[in-house]
Structure formats: structure tokens, C-alpha cells
Design a protein around this ligand. Structure first.
Ligand code: PHE
Length: 370
């Protein structure tokens, strides 16, 4: 009624679900956070357009951890204690997901990391989940690709020693490659703050490997690709992991990296039906191809909303239980079943960099995508 203030008989506006997302929206790995956030935003819009979850809209509280460990701890604590979120999404990197996971698990708030692949992350405890594959599988598949598919035996490795993802994946790869008959002829590591890699590159080149496995992030791979090219090593000599997947790599070193392969979660031209629906929606909104981070961000949010809808109650504990029971969830990055260790056993895509684009080459560890 006009001018009469609130009509007491009208139904109260449904209280929104509060979900927290902590991401690297500034600092060294900004691109990771931004791309993930885009995927989450798309998922939130889609669920709210359908009337929300159990009739209540979803509201996401985003926090920027500045790509920094201490900030991660502070921001996740804020989301949990001040904002009282019922669930958390994040982080991209394994190192920061470990920090956030410890806080989430302690406060019994379920957390789903979209893309942290280090095995340690979900081992934190019963409240920590992921929608991506783990690095044991990724390292194994990378080694099989290098030794069996490419037929390379003399292998070099270059990684960041102070990053849990990079050093962990290097270890998984090294063990698997040796078992398959590969020989590690040279191995170099750097720390994340370094920007000049020429000494390592020269030492690697002089050991004459046929190929170099570089499980590092895009922000290190860009200068490495440039400096390697100047030292006479083309980017196609490198094979990487999912940490390469950011637009910036293509923009800043696409030419140098032409022909290189890496293991990944997704490629824009991956022939899976669910991926195509996501791709179309993403392209309409953002006017470019999504990265695997956007796709995984989207899947982490969609899977969470699906679990919230199935949960017996609306408490963090009941949402946790529903996430744990997820089976054959149709995600943009493949069909996701959460296993008893709170991981997702999934297909891995081999991507090739072609004409400054991430191009689908093959699927391995194939889980018969529906
Ligand atoms: N898997 C990486 C990690 O665990 C993060 C990442 C995923 C980076 C996908 C880029 C693309 O740290």
C-alpha cells in the first residue's frame, strides 16, 4: 500500500545465502583471481536467475588476498567470523589454498578450491574439497605424454623451489618419468622473486636435454620463454602444467611458446557437451574465450549451489555433507564425482599453444565425459 510502509502480511524478502570467495585479485597472480572471479560471477547470475537455492538468492562476498599468504589468513577469517558465510570458494594457488583451508576447516566451514592441485590441500581435513584433478595424476600424465607420446628420453626440469605446487609437481613428474625410462639430465630451481633466469637456462641448454619440464606459473614462464629463446632454446622445447593457463602467457609470450604442450583442466575447443554451453555463456558476457580458471571457478560455484540445494539443512555442516556426496556432477571441465578424499578424479587435457591460442590436443586419464 502506498505510503503505508511495509505491508506486514507480505512475505519477507528471502534472506540471501552468504558465500565467501577469497582470491588473488591483485599482486603477483592477479590474473588467476580475476579469471576465477568471472567464472563464479557467471554461476551466481545463472543460479539467481533461476530463483536462487531453495528460494533464497546467493550473495558472494569477494575478498582480495593480494596474492599474499598473511592476507589470505586475515581475509578468510573475516569472511568466516565477520560475514558469517556458510561456505567458501577459493583459492587458485595451492599455497594460499592451504592457508585458507586451515582456517575453513578449523571453523567448520566447507571450502571448495577450484584449481589448487597439490595433494596436501584437501588432506587438511573434512571441510576442504576441490573440483580439479591432483598433481599426482597431473605429474603422471605429463610424464607419460613426454616419454611415451613424444618419445623424449633426455629430460630437463625447471621449477620454483619455494612454491608447493611447483616443487610438488616437479617431484611427481620426476618419479613418473624415471619409472617410464626417462633420464633427468639436468634439474634447476629458482625462487619466486627471481626475474633473471639466464644462468639456469644456459646450464640447462648446455646439458642438451631433448625437452624441459617446467611446472611453473605463467608469470615466471613469460620471462623464461623470452630468455630461453634468446639463448637458442625455443618455447616448444618446454612442457608445462596447468599453471601456464592465463591469457597473459599468450599475450606476452605466445610467439615464443608456439607449439609447446601442457597438461590442463580444459581448452576452449574441448569436445565435451557441458563445456560448450559454458563457453557460449562466457563468450556472450566477456567477449573472449574462457581460461581453465574461469571454467573451474564456474564449476566450483555451480557444484556448491547444487550441494546447497541437496543439503538436508542450511548449516555449513549439512552443506559439507552434501558436497561430499556429489556424484557425476556435469561441470564445464568434465564430470565431477567427489571421492572419499574430497578430490575430483577427472580427465586431463593436453593443450598445445598454436597461433597464440590454447588448443585442445588430447584427453588423458579419460573419464568418459558425458
Ligand atoms: N594448480 C595450480 C596450483 O595448485 C593453480 C592453477 C590452476 C594455476 C590452473 C593456473 C591454472 O597452484
Amino acid at each position: 500500500k502506498e505510503g503505508a510502509g511495509k505491508d506486514p502480511s507480505a512475505p519477507a524478502a528471502a534472506e540471501p545465502w552468504k558465500v565467501g570467495a577469497y582470491l588473488s585479485l591483485s599482486g603477483a597472480e592477479t590474473q588467476f583471481g580475476i579469471e576465477t572471479k568471472e567464472g563464479i560471477e557467471l554461476a551466481v547470475d545463472e543460479v539467481n536467475k533461476k530463483g536462487g537455492v531453495k528460494g533464497r538468492p546467493v550473495k558472494v562476498f569477494y575478498e582480495d588476498n593480494k596474492s599474499n599468504p598473511q592476507e589470505t589468513n586475515n581475509k578468510v577469517l573475516q569472511l568466516v567470523t565477520r560475514d558469517k558465510v556458510v561456505a567458501l570458494l577459493g583459492e587458485v594457488a595451492s599455497s594460499r589454498s592451504t592457508i585458507g583451508g586451515i582456517v575453513a576447516n578449523k571453523h567448520k566451514i566447507p571450502m571448495i578450491t577450484s584449481s589448487a592441485t597439490a595433494p596436501e590441500v584437501t588432506q587438511i581435513g573434512p571441510f576442504v574439497f576441490r573440483v580439479c584433478f591432483t598433481d599426482d595424476t597431473q605429474g603422471q600424465m605429463g610424464a607419460e605424454f613426454v616419454v611415451k607420446t613424444m618419445g623424449k628420453k633426455r629430460i630437463g626440469i625447471l621449477y620454483a623451489s619455494d612454491d608447493v605446487y611447483s616443487s610438488g609437481l616437479a617431484t611427481q613428474f620426476r618419479d613418473a618419468a624415471k619409472k617410464l625410462g626417462g633420464e633427468i639430465v639436468v634439474e634447476k630451481s629458482f625462487i619466486k622473486t627471481e626475474t633473471n633466469f639466464t644462468t639456469y637456462i644456459n646450464e640447462i641448454r648446455d646439458a642438451k636435454p631433448e625437452l624441459v619440464y617446467a611446472p611453473i606459473y605463467y608469470n615466471a614462464m613469460v620471462p623464461i620463454a623470452r630468455q630461453a629463446k634468446a639463448a637458442g632454446m625455443p618455447g616448444s622445447m618446454f612442457v608445462g602444467g596447468d599453471g601456464w593457463d592465463a591469457e597473459t602467457l599468450l599475450q606476452d609470450a605466445g610467439e615464443e611458446m608456439e607449439g609447446a604442450y601442457f597438461t590442463n583442466h580444459y581448452a576452449p575447443d574441448v569436445p565435451w557437451p557441458n563445456a560448450q554451453a559454458f563457453l557460449k555463456a562466457y563468450k556472450e558476457r566477456f567477449k573472449r574465450d574462457p581460461s581453465s580458471l574461469s571454467s573451474l571457478g564456474y564449476d566450483s560455484a555451480q557444484l556448491l549451489f547444487d550441494a546447497m540445494g541437496r543439503a538436508k539443512g542450511d548449516t555449513p555442516e549439512s552443506i559439507r555433507d552434501a558436497i561430499a556426496e556429489t556424484k557425476n556432477f556435469a561441470g564445464a571441465t568434465g564430470t565431477i564425482t567427489i571421492d572419499p578424499n574430497r578430490n575430483a578424479d577427472k580427465s586431463i587435457v593436453i593443450v598445445q599453444i598454436k597461433n597464440k591460442k590454447f588448443t585442445y590436443f588430447a584427453a588423458v586419464n579419460d573419464k568418459a565425459q558425458k
